[in-house]
Design a protein. Structure first.
Ligand code: ACO
Length: 328
């Protein structure tokens, strides 16, 4: 059974923060950030939450697909920046949008979370257990970022993107998800980390190690090295699975972490940059929301055509990575 994306939606916070504004908070410059990352500005929450942004994105996706919230069987919400540990964000979104018949839970695979969500949805569709699934990526990373750490606070933004996926009936030509690859390298996981609160019970009081805090800590060079190799390799693996080549692909919708990472992946694949759409200049890295936000932009701009072959691929903390190939 094939799985098609029948609606997309996205939502971003009201406030835009450009590089010059960040340069007022930490020692950096617009020139350095643009040159090293390609990012010019990002949206930062002034009250919007993972749940409020996700709910807006889901409502837009449902509207586009012409579906009622009560028809949704399942909500898979990828996030690494929830406001509450309990209840999960997906259940709160279920309540906000009125999807009373859906089972809902969160997935944490950092920036690869939306891809892991798509693969999970695909597996459920295959079993016939659920047929109409909202896959969402939503983040308010600005609350996890150390606004004194210039090497990481420049990278991230807040926002949400959603896709409604449905089982596609019998089609003459294959359409929808035709191949998916996902993987993890937990051994290298601590190169990008963020602690939860310390263990503090009547029996034991945990002390954080030197330099550890409750904010995102990242070895940027290690993440960079991992991303450039792993993203290209998993796209190749997905292409082999789908019996396609790089030339067959119309668009590579990659995780928007850094323009230099995207250029390095394109080079490794011997693909021209025209096929790599980008929005990181405007919105930065929104972790799990990055891919669905860009996908929604392309969809609403009419840049996705029926039959187009599209690669979605990304990487994130974990370390996690994945690639999906869709025939639109
Ligand atoms: N402004 C000015 N100078 C800076 C800044 C800044 N914002 N940040 C770092 N520097 C300085 C450093 O201190 C260093 O100075 P030094 O040479 O005097 O020590 C110098 O610039 C070079 O630093 P590098 O870390 O080598 O810079 P690099 O070119 O590697 O760029 C960056 C850093 C942008 C973080 C890059 O490594 C990167 O993009 N890595 C990938 C990170 C990423 O994508 N993370 C998200 C993963 S997805 C997820 O799951 C959340």
């Amino acid at each position: 059974m094939m799985m098609r994306i029948t609606g997309t939606g996205s939502a971003l916070p009201r406030e835009t923060v450009d590089n010059n504004q960040i340069a007022e908070w930490v020692e950096t410059s617009d020139e350095w950030i643009r040159e090293r990352t390609g990012i010019g500005s990002r949206r930062i929450s002034t009250g919007e939450t993972v749940v409020s942004l996700a709910a807006q994105a889901c409502e837009k996706a449902l509207q586009q697909a012409g579906k009622d919230p009560l028809e949704v069987d399942m909500i898979l919400l990828a996030t690494c920046s929830p406001e509450y540990l309990l209840p999960c964000c997906a259940c709160q979104v279920q309540a906000q949008i009125g999807a009373a018949n859906a089972v809902a839970f969160d997935i944490n695979a950092a920036c690869a979370g939306f891809l892991f969500g798509l693969n999970t949805a695909y597996a459920y569709l295959q079993t016939g257990m659920y047929k109409t699934i909202l896959v969402v990526g939503s983040e308010v990373l600005s609350k996890l970022v150390d606004w004194k750490d210039r090497s990481s606070c420049i990278l991230f933004g807040d926002g949400a993107g959603a896709a409604l996926v449905e089982a596609a009936g019998e089609q003459e030509q294959p359409c929808g998800l035709i191949a998916g690859v996902q993987g993890c390298d937990g051994v290298k996981g601590m190169v990008l980390k963020c602690r939860e609160r310390a263990l503090q019970n009547p029996l034991f009081r945990e002390e954080f190690q030197d330099g550890e805090n409750l904010y995102v800590q990242m070895d940027g060079r290690e993440v960079y090295r991992f991303a450039t190799r792993q993203v290209a390799d998993c796209i190749q693996e997905a292409l082999e699975k789908a019996k396609l080549s790089v030339e067959d692909i119309d668009l590579f919708v990659l995780h928007q972490a850094n323009v230099r990472i995207i250029e390095a992946v394109a080079k490794r694949l011997h693909a021209d940059m025209q096929r790599f759409p980008m929005n990181l200049e405007q919105v930065g890295n929104i972790s799990s929301a990055t891919i669905p936000v860009l996908l929604d932009e392309l969809n609403r701009q009419g840049k996705l055509h029926r039959g187009d072959k599209i690669v979605l691929s990304g990487f994130g903390a974990g370390l996690t990575y994945g690639a999906c190939i869709f025939v639109w």
